[in-house]
Design a protein around this ligand. Sequence first.
Ligand SMILES: N[C@@H](CCC[C@H](N)C(=O)O)C(=O)O
Length: 260
Amino acid sequence: MKITFNKYEGTGNDFVMIDNRNGFFPKNNTKLIEKLCDRRFGIGGDGLILLESDNDTDFRMVYYNSDGNESSMCGNGGRCLVAFAKSLNVIQNDTDFIATDGPHHASIFENGTVSLGMKEVDFVKAESDYVFLNTGSPHHVMMVEDLENYDVKTIGAQIRYSDLYGKPGTNVNFVKQIADNHFALRTYERGVEDETLSCGTGATAVAIAMHAIGKTRAHHIYLDVQGGKLEVSFVKEGNKYTNVYLKGPATFVFEGEMEW
Ligand SMILES: N[C@@H](CCC[C@H](N)C(=O)O)C(=O)O
């Protein structure tokens, strides 16, 4: 059988996109998903995303990490899926869709940039040397001295598998401040088990974490990731971060068919 797919990337975080509105895709076939994401034996991607029909919103997002397992929210993947939905004529330039962490609103601008509404954050754990929060996916955030030469894969894996996070684990972000409203980050992603070029829920977590610990007073933060630039904006209402938006490019790469 042949699978028709599209490949998208958002600041270098890349995804295999499949239109599953007719429900043909074998969603529990972990080995198949892992193979489709494999960069040598498959199409290649940090994750695979299904676009499915939903009764109450424009579409449903189902996200799998490249290890083949379904996981929590993917910010860059969500932005790319919005661009894919537009290419399928499922939506125009504004949409409401549903993902594992709840409803999302998104808009596509003329230059192809996608702004994605993220879940509200009402809990930020701030310790002396790290911050932990959930922006749709769990994120450990820590500032480091030499971000450019930091061993993200080794240290990221140690934290991800540490007793602090137990079996579910976490994503791990290493951060450097560039200006009051400008940070650079590198992310180790669980489920990819490596550094990726960008992580949208990670960039969102870094922006909120830096505000929560007083590194910035800005509500609109610029973030340099390994694969490009993202922006995160939010409103602080009491202890809550609301109106959280993640903005950046979402780019079609190629389409094709793969035999399985
Ligand atoms: N790349 C994503 C995050 C994907 C989920 C993550 N790997 C997890 O399992 O928690 C993003 O852009 O947010």
